[in-house]
Design a protein around this ligand. Structure first.
Ligand SMILES: Nc1ncnc2c1ncn2[C@@H]1O[C@H](COP(=O)(O)OP(=O)(O)OP(=O)(O)O)[C@@H](O)[C@H]1O
Length: 285
């Protein structure tokens, strides 16, 4: 039996002024599903996440979580936000930050201190952060802080786990480890994972479907359906080649000379690739 979807977009549209980011989006995400969201800078990936957090409103259509209209601060939704360094004045240790994900926003459901501490230890271990559990958050590197954000989001065991470029500042080893932890959350605990990324390769083994946003349009389907030369060329309105190299996906600009990340965006050159090619906190909101 197919379970009820946990996230449902119905004929959804998001525009800022005259600029349409996406429209006509019908999407149902099932518990345990892993959805990757790709697209070039400014295509609307973070805005898509924000509509599920209730911090950005659709201008047509609906989005619901667990059968109810989206609302801010829902316990059903967890977020690993885009990386922003914590300021020097954050007076927290690593373990305090993770603990906020357990009891920070739930008056009345406080666990005994010892239980919280054990749970924090478990989460720190999961993301490979036990070694700096007692250090001040503001003294940690970007990647170390990002692993804590992942632990904090997992602490609430959310039905929907929103991840906004969670691997950005991580080294390869920790990209792999955090991807595995997030996949485990989907498979073992049934969270629907919605994972915004510029780099699909670290999560390629786990992705069930891809939502690719570009040029005010989108394409939704399996990796094999979406990450294809014809599909991405049509989406961008310019020639792109999608290659598989040693199990990795490489997107190459239309002239075939330059490899781009799988989102088609040339991060080394923000003006975009060669002419004629695609240009390409805590806990809950
Ligand atoms: N509140 C807002 N009002 C007007 N424009 C906005 C607003 N929020 C975002 N935008 C614009 O909408 C576009 C999409 O932004 P968004 O952050 O969703 O893109 P993104 O795909 O996540 O980009 P990136 O890959 O760079 O993180 C951008 O051009 C951005 O400037």
């Amino acid at each position: 039996m197919i379970p009820n979807p946990i996230v449902t977009f119905d004929n959804a549209r998001l525009a800022y002024g005259s600029r349409v980011l996406w429209e006509g989006l019908d999407l149902q995400v099932q518990p345990g599903e892993f959805l990757a969201v790709l697209g070039p800078n400014g295509s609307g990936k973070t805005s898509f996440i924000n509509t599920m957090l209730g911090t950005t409103s659709l201008d047509a259509g609906t989005v619901s979580i667990d059968g109810a209209p989206v609302r801010r601060g829902s316990d059903s939704v967890g977020l690993i936000p885009q990386q922003r360094p914590f300021g020097d004045n954050v007076p927290l240790r690593a373990r305090d930050l993770v603990a906020l994900g357990i009891d920070g926003t739930k008056p009345g459901i406080r666990l005994a201190r010892r239980a919280v501490s054990a749970k924090v230890d478990e989460l720190l271990e999961l993301v490979g952060a036990s070694g700096y559990a007692n250090r001040a958050v503001s003294d940690l590197s970007g990647g170390e802080q990002q692993r804590l954000r992942a632990a904090q989001a997992l602490a609430g065991n959310p039905k929907v786990l929103l991840c906004d470029e969670p691997l950005l500042s991580l080294d390869l080893h920790h990209q792999q480890a955090i991807s595995e932890v997030i996949h485990h959350q989907a498979v073992q605990r049934g969270s629907a994972v919605i994972f915004v990324t510029h780099e699909i390769n670290p999560i390629l083994p786990y992705v069930d479907r891809v939502l690719y946003l570009a040029e005010g349009r989108f394409h939704l389907g399996s990796v094999d359906e979406v990450m294809r030369t014809e599909v991405l060329s049509e989406l961008y309105g310019a020639p792109v080649q999608v290659l598989r190299v040693n199990g990795r996906i490489v997107v190459v600009s239309g002239d075939g000379n330059r490899a781009l990340p799988p989102d088609g965006h040339d991060h080394a050159e923000d003006a975009g690739p060669a002419a004629g090619t695609p240009n390409t906190t805590g806990k809950r909101a």
